[in-house]
Write a protein that binds this ligand. Structure first.
Ligand code: AMP
Ligand code: ZN
Length: 178
């Protein structure tokens, strides 16, 4: 059976949300929760999740995505205070290749400590800097795709319970064709 929002394969976060697993909740409301990561990078590592199962950010109804952003923003200074540091990684792993192990959307709020050994190395040491032409061409492709009126827009009205308009590229011609 293919995985959908309504019929997730076995999901540990759905278990937690329906009360079937041990959890240390630090925030909850009608549509979202935040709880302590079971294997934290550092003390204070929190996961912010929607109560309903969606695998990825782009699957979320837009209003829910905005709500999770607000919850994360509200929790960040609190985590900083509790963990005793302002430095944090706010991380979303999206898809297996990107390191997503639990395919129920979640935002990691990870307080950082000196010499904790965690790393999200950017710029990636294994990558080169492409020519500007290549970056311009890729930007132009993204702008053209954004402007394609036939492009399905996840989270937009008619595709779930989202509100608001789809993001459109702002004014002017793409940098590549100026
Ligand atoms: P990701 O690789 O982004 O999918 O991260 C999944 C995170 O969920 C990891 O940091 C795990 O430690 C955490 N995790 C997995 N199971 C649980 C659980 N039952 N309670 C709390 N955190 C969990
Ligand atoms: Zn789930």
């Amino acid at each position: 059976m293919p995985e959908t929002a309504k019929t997730p394969m076995h999901c540990p976060f759905c278990d937690i949300i329906r009360g079937a697993g041990e959890v240390s909740v630090c925030y909850e409301d009608a549509v979202s929760m935040a709880f302590m990561d079971i294997q934290p990078v550092n003390d204070g590592h929190v996961l912010v999740v929607p109560r309903e199962h969606y695998a990825r950010l782009e699957d979320l109804p837009r209003a829910l995505g905005l709500h999770l952003y607000q919850v994360a923003t509200q929790l960040i200074p609190v985590v900083q205070q509790v963990a005793g540091t302002r430095d944090m990684n706010i991380v979303v792993n999206s898809g297996s290749l990107a390191g997503q192990d639990v395919h129920h959307f979640h935002v990691h709020l990870i307080p950082r400590c000196p010499d904790d050994g965690f790393d999200v190395p950017l710029p990636f040491p294994g990558s080169a800097m492409p020519h500007r032409q290549r970056l311009d061409a890729l930007a132009a492709r993204i702008i053209a795709t954004l402007r394609d009126p036939m492009r399905p827009t996840p989270g937009a009205p008619g595709a779930g319970t989202a509100v608001g308009a789809a993001p459109r590229p702002v004014g002017g011609a793409p940098a590549a064709v100026r």
